[in-house]
Design a protein around this ligand. Structure first.
Ligand code: DON
Length: 602
């Protein structure tokens, strides 16, 4: 890829280390001594699957000890954490990779990253033959890498012919019943597992899969259960670089694993997989140039996990109240005034990012700080990228506490998180399709708590319709004669988008929905109730209807046609002026509300 500053950076880094020739290639496995010592590739793969690569990033080499981390994950998945911990410890040994570090009485290897622990983990992969066992291992490694991997038969044979020390370890493990059967099958599998062929790019993708919770971000296939990803990364962090693990973590702050084939895999959990290939090794059997490159990269890009700058993203991206944001249900002037005055009782928060304890704690604190003056709070989850199980439980217990205080906590646009939250205990009735419906519910709760008389169901008289404000009795009587009456059944279309607009409707009873079709379904623009006027926009400027209007319940209207409105010009100009003033007030009221919402959303 060209034209990316990140690619430029990687090329610069590669260039700076081209002359780094410290160390020697592994030769205790004869076949490894034949590789080109100058091979050098770097690849960074992101948690969403984009790879930046430079140098020999596509050159194949054997995975060697990096395989230990993945086979450990497989052993955990197949046997469960307790059974694996009973056989293999998780303590850094501070010893070399091939040390026979077994606990004195039990014979359990200190950790799964040294050979003893890795051979024990390989023993926990079921299979009666090496072919059967390696088949399972290859399947899983291929899922991590996102492509089919294979074994380098020459390197396998070379190690099998010379791997006497590992055989000795195998028999020691058999002696302590850490391996429960004759160790040859496991050892031959282990030698093959070490000889699985990868490229630097594969390793970075394997890292990205770990960073992505165990799912390869390109193929979408799961390689390991999410619950074991943290187990794997933990032993990589504490033991992955053998007797260099402490200094490695101090310098880079990244869980990592090296192999004598020359590869290093490092992971920034939740974010990146990083791989370097350079086969000259230092005294500990880690790629010498790989370590130097990773140190510089981690420092240049600020990747250390304990970097104090890596704070939680604030999870509240919008905080507003009914003072500024309203549902699309139009209210009577009195109800509207009340809702605005009591507006602080209805609060809306838009949350963002991955929700964790640390990012949701300020939300819970904010909610509880206002809870006495709150009737209803709405949490919009549209921009949320993830909710961990503990946080889902925290949201459910917050919901229970708020409800217990006689208040409401609602969730809107939370389809992606619905299942997780209901399983954690949030009841279904707390979920609303969007802010509009949730706010409408909150407004209804505020109005119910106000104990103000709600208007009766009968048709409102003309004096109760905002369009006729300020007209005297004789003017009203005159208008009454001009207006047609019309009624609609529930569900009936009152106006359809595109129609000519030669009339204005005044709703006397029932409610009507103004909506437009969208790609996702239907967008609700407004819900009108008794006393309100609709169809005014097209009536004023003569354009075709821009939306559909449907009766949500039986509706009775009065209708003013354009023709009769025009005749008022010389029959009764004072009535016409008053109607125009009232229409202007209606439109400015709507515009003011739209402006309040726009500024709240900025
Ligand atoms: O067990 C062995 O000797 C090798 N097949 C793997 C060792 C290894 O990669 C050590 N790591 N740096």
């Amino acid at each position: 890829m060209h034209g990316s500053p990140i690619q430029d950076y990687l090329e610069g880094l590669h260039g700076r280390f081209l002359g780094h020739v410290e160390g020697t290639v592994a030769d205790y496995i004869p076949e490894l001594a034949t590789v080109n010592p100058d091979g050098f590739g770097i690849c960074i793969a992101t948690q969403d699957g984009h790879a930046y690569e430079v140098g020999d990033s596509r050159q194949a080499f054997t995975i060697q000890s990096i395989s230990k981390a993945l086979t450990y994950g497989l052993a955990l998945e197949l046997n469960g954490q307790d059974a694996v911990l009973a056989k293999i410890g998780v303590e850094p040994s501070g010893d070399a990779f091939n040390a026979i570090s077994l606990r004195p009485r039990t014979g359990a290897p200190m950790n799964p990253m040294i050979n003893a622990g890795a051979i024990a983990a390989c023993g926990l992969v079921p299979g009666a033959t090496p072919e059967e066992k390696i088949g399972r291992i290859l399947d899983v490694f291929s899922r991590y890498a996102g492509r089919r991997l294979d074994v380098d038969e020459q390197v396998y044979r070379s190690e099998s012919e010379t791997g006497h020390r590992n055989r000795a370890i195998g028999w020691m493990l058999r002696n302590f019943s850490i391996l429960e059967s004759e160790p040859t099958v496991t050892l031959e599998t282990y030698f093959r597992q070490c000889a699985i062929r990868v490229t630097c790019r594969d390793l970075a993708m394997i890292g990205a899969t770990l960073a992505n919770g165990g799912v390869n971000p390109v193929s979408g296939e799961r390689a390991v259960a999410q619950s074991h990803v943290q187990d794997v990364l933990s032993v990589m962090a504490t033991c992955g670089m053998y007797d260099f693990s402490g200094e490695w973590f101090f310098r880079t702050g990244l869980p990592a694993k090296s192999g004598v084939g020359g590869g290093i895999l490092a992971v920034q959990p939740g974010r990146l997989g990083i791989a370097v290939y350079s086969p000259r090794l230092d005294a500990q059997g880690n790629s010498a140039r790989g370590i130097a490159v990773c140190r510089e990269l981690a420092s240049d890009l600020g990747l250390h996990l304990f970097d104090a700058a890596q704070r939680t993203v604030p999870s509240i991206r919008l905080s507003s109240t009914r003072r500024r944001i309203a549902s699309r249900r139009r209210r009577s002037p009195q109800a509207d005034e009340y809702l605005r005055s009591a507006g602080l009782g209805l609060r809306l928060y838009h949350l963002q990012g991955p929700l964790s304890f640390a990012s949701v704690e300020p939300v819970v604190r904010e909610l509880m700080a206002h809870i006495r003056a709150t009737e209803c709070a709405v949490l919009n989850l549209r921009m949320v990228q993830g909710i961990d199980a503990a946080t889902a439980r925290l949201l459910a217990s917050t919901h229970a506490r708020v409800t217990g205080l006689g208040k409401a906590l609602l969730f809107s646009e939370s389809a992606s998180w619905w299942q997780q939250l209901t399983e954690a205990g949030v009841p279904r009735e707390a979920f609303f399709a969007d802010d509009d419906y949730a706010l409408e519910h909150g407004e209804n709760l505020l109005l119910a708590a106000s104990h103000a008389p709600q208007h009766s169901d009968g048709p409102v008289p003309l004096t109760g319709c905002a369009l006729f404000n300020g007209l005297d009795a004789s003017q009203l009587a005159r208008l009454d004669g001009l207006l047609d009456s019309r009624s609609y059944q529930k569900g009936q279309t009152i106006m359809a988008a595109g129609q000519a607009s030669d009339e204005l409707l005044i709703l006397r009873s029932g409610t009507a929905l103004v909506s437009v079709p969208t790609q996702e379904g239907v967008a609700r623009l407004a819900v009108f109730g008794a006393g309100m006027t609709f169809g005014e926009l097209a009536f004023i400027d003569g354009s075709p209807r821009s939306a559909n209007v449907t009766a949500l319940e039986p509706v009775e209207c009065r209708v003013l046609t354009r023709e009769k409105f025009a005749k008022l010009d010389h029959d009764a100009p004072s009535i016409k002026i008053r109607l125009l003033e009232n229409l202007a007030l209606d439109v400015t009221g709507k515009l003011r509300q739209a402006n309040r919402e726009l500024s709240a959303l900025r």
